[in-house]
Design a protein around this ligand. Structure first.
Ligand code: GLN
Length: 464
């Protein structure tokens, strides 16, 4: 049975076991299981044990922080000083982080133990981890299937009980979808609440760091640790966190009618409808709402995300970071480096992004997508005047088989239909495990709250 942060804290403080013993237990499990799952790209074996010894000292002195001695795993697009950070790309295969990401500093201050870095789709572009240069991660629930993506390694590491929690990033669903595929809790906070300083950028107006945990309370604990003001990220905001009185009988939950259209797997639909009924039985008021511009969100996301990616990835030119392929001229260096360094999906997105930003197409695609984004955002603002949160599916489909979608990437994009609108609107959302399908594949529930209402989100989510 996987342990929660709270359980481990209690056990460490009462000396039931030491941080060193616990860390060794996780490292052993990684050794036993990860050959098959491939959740980790790098494991910090000796250093993790050293850190655990320090944590035990801190606990002995009565100076433990909330995460002291708790072993975690970090998506390999978040910088840890002195460690490789590959972003799942050949481009950064040998790149070593010169500093700690803000979130890593916060975890270090609290005394968390870093077990290693986890696999991802190259530059977080994908929904399966199959786009990783280092090969795919497997779903611990069915090794023939994907764990979701792009933070598939972080989700699989937790689901395989190879860490107590993990961090990921969510630009269009990359925490919530793998959480749903791997039967763990996946939380993406309000845009701007957790500093992106030290996260390798994909699409800066959408990227958010969040976490994978074994229950909702742990997500709240991590949110409290990580959501602190950082001046190095200009979009980072400071906000009052206030626990609210919570009474299920006063909660009004919205179910968007657009969520239950064609393309939704019957088992997913049934599981989500059952969960909605449960909320009703527990006293919540359930109302049908409408998000009229929902149908534009996916196209809008793939225009904005690729546009921003094409700008962000321009820095990988063979001169400043990572891989460098020789050439006779500067242009040759750029071309050779990018040809060899980037995988197909990344190249495709850079090309799409530069296309939608180029003169002549800018108005027709990029500008139009920005206008659509405003309307999508407004739809949510309107429904949140009426309801406290929204309920729905995370993914319209069950976890794909590995290789199943290689020739049909569009169908993988289409599966981002429920997650991408949330990033466009900057909202906090969480995926909580509901049940397993007949075949034993996990199904998650998506709960979405108004901006900065994460405490409300946690309260509603913890009930299910
Ligand atoms: N699946 C989406 C994409 O490929 C989302 C990725 C993400 O959130 N990083 O763009």
């Amino acid at each position: 049975m996987s342990k929660t942060i709270k359980q481990i804290r209690r056990d460490l403080d009462s000396k039931k076991y030491s941080a060193e013993e616990l860390t060794k237990e996780y490292l052993n499990r990684i050794k036993e299981k990860d050959d098959k799952i491939h959740a980790f790209l790098d494991v910090f074996k000796d250093d993790a044990i050293e850190e655990a010894k320090k944590a035990d000292n801190r606990i002995k002195k009565g100076e433990a922080g909330i995460l002291t001695g708790i072993p975690c795993a970090i998506k390999d697009n978040i910088l840890i000083e002195g460690r490789k950070c590959t972003a799942g790309s050949k481009m950064l295969e040998n790149y070593v982080s010169p500093y700690d990401a803000f979130v890593i500093k916060k975890l270090k201050d609290e005394g968390a133990i870093f077990l290693g870095k986890t696999n991802l789709d190259e530059f977080a572009m994908g929904s399966t981890t199959e786009n990783s240069y280092f090969g795919p991660t497997k779903n611990p629930y069915d090794l023939k299937r994907v764990p979701g993506g792009s933070s598939g390694g972080s989700a699989a590491a937790l689901a395989g009980d190879m860490c107590a929690f993990s961090l990921g990033s969510d630009t269009g669903g990359s925490i919530r979808q793998p959480a749903s595929f791997c039967n763990v809790v996946g939380f993406k906070p309000t845009y701007g609440t957790i500093s992106r300083n030290g996260l390798i950028a994909f699409a800066s107006s959408l990227d958010q760091i969040g976490c994978f945990t074994n229950n909702v309370e742990d997500a709240k604990t991590l949110f409290n640790v990580l959501s602190q003001k950082d001046d190095a990220d200009s979009t980072n905001v400071n906000f009052e966190k206030e626990d609210i009185d919570f009474d299920m009988n006063r909660v009004k939950l919205g179910v968007p009618k657009e969520y239950f259209d064609q393309g939704l797997d019957v088992e997913v639909k049934e599981a989500v409808l059952n969960a909605i009924q449960k909320y009703k039985d527990m006293g919540a008021q359930i109302v049908e709402v409408s998000l009229p511009h929902f149908k534009y969100a996916l196209s809008c996301y793939y225009i904005i995300a690729t546009a921003e990616a094409s700008a962000n990835l321009a820095r990988f030119d063979g001169i400043r970071y990572g891989l460098m392929e020789e050439g006779d001229t500067l242009d040759d260096i750029y071309i050779n480096t990018r040809t060899k360094g980037f995988g197909d999906e990344v190249k495709k997105r850079i090309m799409l992004g530069t296309y939608v930003l180029s003169s002549g197409y800018y108005d027709a695609y990029y500008k139009k997508a920005l206008k659509a984004r405003s309307l999508i955002k407004k739809d949510f603002e309107e429904v949140f005047k009426e309801v406290d949160a929204l309920l729905g599916p995370v993914s319209p489909v069950l976890p794909f088989k590995i290789g199943e979608k290689t020739d049909n990437v569009l169908s993988v994009y289409l599966a981002d239909i429920y997650t991408t609108p949330i990033n466009l609107a900057g909202l906090p959302a969480i995926s909580v495990p509901l049940k397993l399908s007949k075949e034993g594949l996990p199904i998650g529930l998506h709960i979405i709250a108004p901006r900065f209402n994460e405490y409300k989100l946690f309260n509603i989510a913890s009930i299910i």
